[in-house]
Design a protein around this ligand. Structure first.
Ligand code: ATP
Ligand code: ATP
Ligand code: MG
Ligand code: MG
Length: 878
């Protein structure tokens, strides 16, 4: 077995509209191609021994053990690899269920599709599955140690990719509310929503969190000063920079017990509390100095530690934090109890799990001593031994929800404090003996205010009710269901995608909105090019969706991108499918036009149910996509008598129709005429029918998004693509006596399209310079010849400089064959060199004729034509 290719899909795709995270592995079974599993001695037994849990896979029999039954009876190795890859992820704690295996047109080569939660883990699982199966084929077994290593590696991928508990809670809540999110790949930034409606977060800071508030909160001394001045109870204390000042400071706060902590610290680092002697104070001073230059000396307040979370001015959760401790059982030593406590799967390292493992530090031993214990002491049953003085979760503490117990006056105080500091999300540390009574009554204090407070003690307290604090954050960022999205319009088809995308973007600009769009020529925002190049994949889509200025996204979606990586967003508001025609067949395991239609149909299917699929009613494969999508349907047609469209309109549907030389929107009883084709430059004076079709599609896509007829009209009338903007797309040159047209039509459907324009050229002779890329199939060249014979009065057959592996002369021979099939007495000649062929055509062009060049190099063709003295470049202008 050999893996030929592994692709990672990240969005609606060829295999599934709903499952966005898929690995596609192209697998050559080699010598196993003809050997189902039942013909491999010992395979079934070896597989069951290595992965007994495969029993849980139902597979097609639909019952427990169904898949293993298939293995015993005989199934192909690709299918087994699929199930093994899924099971390996499952064993590593990643719940995945979706898989598909299909043989390609090449016998023995399979496509194995598996779901993933983590990309790296998914790819790894695919490779490991092949390794495992191969080992069982070769040796009858897969070593246990290797399997364990695989599972450990998979677990590591999963853990390393985890977002941290606070961010996790936030994105989960976002997903629940249908708010899209993505990781920006720097500084742990998360984007919620798209374009102009996006919000950003970094842990629990938002883009509304004020820098002044954050800096103030981080400066504990300044915070206390501001709060004290506002009458808020805070610990009495002072800041020192030298050990010499320590004694005086202790006196100032009223003597022992005291607390010493670094001026700017966090997570309890360098803090010592309940200091009762000078020796302890000196050691504590040194510990605090390790963290910060200046050191705070404070009175020690007796009480329990509470965290009050305030979001958007309201207290949303209160937790009591209990310092790391163990509870005796009358048998185990303290050391053993710690060990046992740390076995809890909920305890991880640092902040990566709900709780953190208990680790001992300097203060732990002091505490033990004070309680009269050593690590070897056996605690009586039920006795609590504290191991840390402070209650930070990250030092092994746990949390008890107290949201329902806090006194209303303290709620008022906490909300006021956060307003004074100036934070949208803040965590207050309150020390009090009783949170249900006002602070003043029990000598409680607000110890500090935290910016970016952790959420895990609230969403997963060790005791009490979990609180949906992320919900409060979402309510703040996206109030009253305010949309987090921007309209996304996607365009696909075999021909006309770029033209239609540009036109639709131009129409949308008439609404005054900032439009971001991507095409095979580049990515644009508003009137400017952001990045040149073939930008039709998900990365370019993300560039647009991440841009904070973009109000509308119009995205060209080409087959290559959908196939390689999926759409890159969950669903669009409008999905336009222009046409499906033979092109690029045989590439990427898309061998038939129906497979190609299935691929393009992703764009029609990945539309929100309240959105629209804009479909070409004149192309039966496109029209049929209506059956597959849950979205509303809107049809466009060049045929005013289309039966399909008539019925659709009768049922209350909307359509764009070319009728009586008008582009019109038809809805219910009414026909809204947008404009005469002649007045739309793109249609070349109404002579290029396929451009009318593209314009209908763009108009309809805009209309279903509530762009007005007036705005659509204004867009259609002012859309002019110059030769420099759209080289190779119907570039018409007026050369005085005659015209020349350059187009890079490169498949039969686009030849047809250009042909429709050429046939409308009635003033004189039509001369064609034709050829095509060498990697197309033989029959494509014959078709080209046949079409050319039908369109032109005189044909010059040429070849590309780069024949893409085809012997020179072969393409022209095939084209010639096609020509003579249709018109045995057609006038034509072969000039293989493109430059010579073009020059010959231009030399011979009679009065009022049209020379049509379908070149390999658009720029060279344009140069040759311009050398003849162009009177006017009439590209897409009437
Ligand atoms: P974090 O940001 O993780 O809350 P931190 O390092 O910023 O911790 P503080 O919040 O100032 O430190 O202190 C940590 C804990 O120590 C407090 O939550 C409280 O339990 C205790 N503590 C701090 N100062 C005092 C004090 N003056 N009296 C009593 N306990 C205190
Ligand atoms: P690509 O796949 O290269 O990105 P595209 O789909 O973006 O192509 P355009 O760049 O808009 O297509 O147009 C390329 C050529 O396709 C045009 O010059 C014309 O020859 C032809 N074409 C455009 N629209 C249509 C159509 N609706 N039907 C058939 N052919 C068309
Ligand atoms: Mg604190
Ligand atoms: Mg394109």
């Amino acid at each position: 077995m050999r893996i030929l290719k592994i692709q990672t899909l990240r969005g609606p795709n060829y295999w599934s509209i709903r499952r966005h995270k898929l690995i596609v592995m192209r697998l050559d079974l080699e010598n196993l191609a003809e050997k189902p599993s039942n013909e491999i001695p010992g395979f079934y037994e070896g597989l069951v021994e290595a992965l007994p849990s495969l029993e849980g896979h139902y597979c097609s029999p639909g019952c427990r053990g169904g898949f293993l039954m298939r293995v015993r009876e005989g199934t192909m190795m690709g299918h087994i690899v699929e199930h093994v890859a899924l099971e390996l992820q499952e064993l590593a704690g990643m719940h995945v269920g979706f898989g598909r295996t299909r043989e390609t047109a090449t016998p023995g080569i399979y496509q194995v599709v598996i779901e993933y939660l983590n990309e790296e883990a998914g790819r790894y699982a695919g490779r490991a599955a092949v390794r495992l199966c191969q080992s069982i084929v070769d040796r009858g077994r897969y070593p246990k140690a290797e399997l364990e290593q695989d599972i450990q590696d998979l677990k590591d991928f999963w853990r390393d990719a985890s977002l941290g508990p606070s961010t996790e809670a936030i994105v989960k809540e976002a997903e629940k509310r249908g708010i899209p999110w993505m990781s920006l790949g720097a500084r742990f930034l998360i984007q919620l929503g798209y374009g102009v409606n996006q919000k950003r977060m970094q842990a629990t800071m938002t883009d509304n969190t004020g820098i002044l508030g954050v800096e103030l909160a981080c400066d504990k001394e300044a915070t206390k000063r501001i709060l004290a001045a506002a009458g808020v109870p805070v610990p009495k204390g002072t800041v020192i920079n030298f050990l010499d000042d320590l004694e005086e400071a202790i006196e100032y706060v009223g003597g022992y017990p005291i607390v010493i902590k670094p001026l700017d610290g966090n997570h309890g680092r360098g803090i010592t509390i309940d200091i009762r002697t000078w020796e302890e104070a000196e050691a504590a001073y040194e510990a605090a100095r390790q963290v910060s230059r200046s050191v705070i000396v404070e009175r020690y307040y007796v009480g329990r530690d509470h965290r009050v979370l305030v979001v958007d001015g309201k207290v949303v959760a209160v937790a009591e934090r209990v310092p790391a401790h163990v509870v005796g059982n009358g048998r185990s030593s303290i050391a053993e109890l710690i060990e046992e406590t740390n076995q809890d799967p909920n305890r991880g390292e640092g902040h990566d799990n709900v709780l953190t493992k208990i680790e001992l530090d300097r203060t732990s031993y002091q505490l033990l001593e004070r309680q009269g214990y050593t690590l070897n002491s056996v605690l009586p049953k039920g006795t609590i031994c504290y191991l840390r003085a402070t209650a930070n979760l990250s030092t092994g503490g746990c949390a008890v929800d107290r949201t329902d117990e806090i006194h209303p006056e303290t709620v008022w105080l906490a909300q006021r404090v956060v307003k004074i500091i100036g934070l949208d999300i803040a965590g207050l540390d309150i020390v009090t003996t009783d949170i249900s009574r006002p602070l003043r009554e029990v000598d409680g204090v607000i110890v500090e205010v935290n910016a970016a407070p952790g959420f895990r003690m609230h969403v997963a307290p060790s005791q009490g009710i979990p609180r949906n604090v992320a919900g409060a954050v979402m309510d703040m960022l996206f109030p009253n269901e305010q949309s987090s999205r921007i309209p996304i319009l996607t365009i696909t088809g075999t021909n006309g995608k770029t033209t239609t995308t540009r036109l639709l973007a131009h129409i949308y600009k008439q609404t005054g909105k900032v439009v971001g769009y991507t095409t095979t020529d580049g990515t644009y925002i508003g009137d400017y090019l952001v990045e040149a190049g073939d930008n039709t994949g998900p990365q370019s889509a993300h560039l647009i969706l991440q841009d904070p200025t973009v109000e509308v996204a119009v995205l060209e979606s080409a087959r290559g991108g959908i196939l390689r990586s999926g759409l890159g967003f969950e669903a669009a508001n409008v999905g336009v499918v222009l046409n499906v025609a033979a092109d690029h067949l045989g590439i990427g395991d898309i061998d038939t036009i129906d497979q190609l239609a299935n691929l393009k149909s992703v764009v029609a299917e990945a539309v929100f149910p309240d959105g629209y699929a804009v479909l070409n009613a004149d192309d039966h494969r496109v029209a049929a996509m209506a059956e597959k999508t849950k979205a509303n349907i809107a049809y466009f047609t060049m045929n005013p008598d289309s039966e399909l469209v008539r019925k659709h309109i009768q049922k209350g549907g909307v359509a764009a129709v070319y009728e009586n030389n008008y582009l019109s929107i038809v809805k219910g009883d009414w026909t809204h005429r947008i404009e005469r084709a002649e007045a739309i430059p793109l249609t070349m004076g109404g002579r290029a029918p396929f451009m009318i079709a593209n314009a209908l599609a763009a108009s309809l896509a805009a209309f279903v998004q509530n762009v007005t007829i007036e705005q659509i009209r204004a867009g259609l009338k002012t859309f002019r693509a110059s030769v420099s903007q759209t080289p190779g797309r119907m570039n018409l040159f007026n050369l005085g006596n005659y015209h020349a047209l350059v187009d890079y039509a490169h498949n039969p459907a686009s030849y047809e399209a250009v042909g429709a324009f050429v046939r409308n050229w009635t003033s004189g002779q039509r001369i064609g310079v034709v050829g095509g890329p060498g990697d197309r199939r033989d029959e494509d060249f014959v078709t080209l010849g046949r079409l050319a014979a039908d369109i032109f009065d005189y044909i010059i057959v040429k070849e590309d400089d780069d024949t893409r592996g085809r012997p020179r002369g072969s393409a022209s021979e095939l084209i010639t064959k096609g020509i003579t099939q249709v018109k045995p007495n057609c006038r034509f000649e072969s000039i293989l060199d493109e430059t010579q062929a073009i020059n010959k055509a231009l030399d011979m062009a009679p009065e009022n004729s049209l020379v049509v060049v379908l070149p390999e190099s658009v720029s060279r063709a344009i140069k040759l034509i311009r050398a003849r003295g162009v009177v006017k470049e009439e590209t897409q202008q009437s």
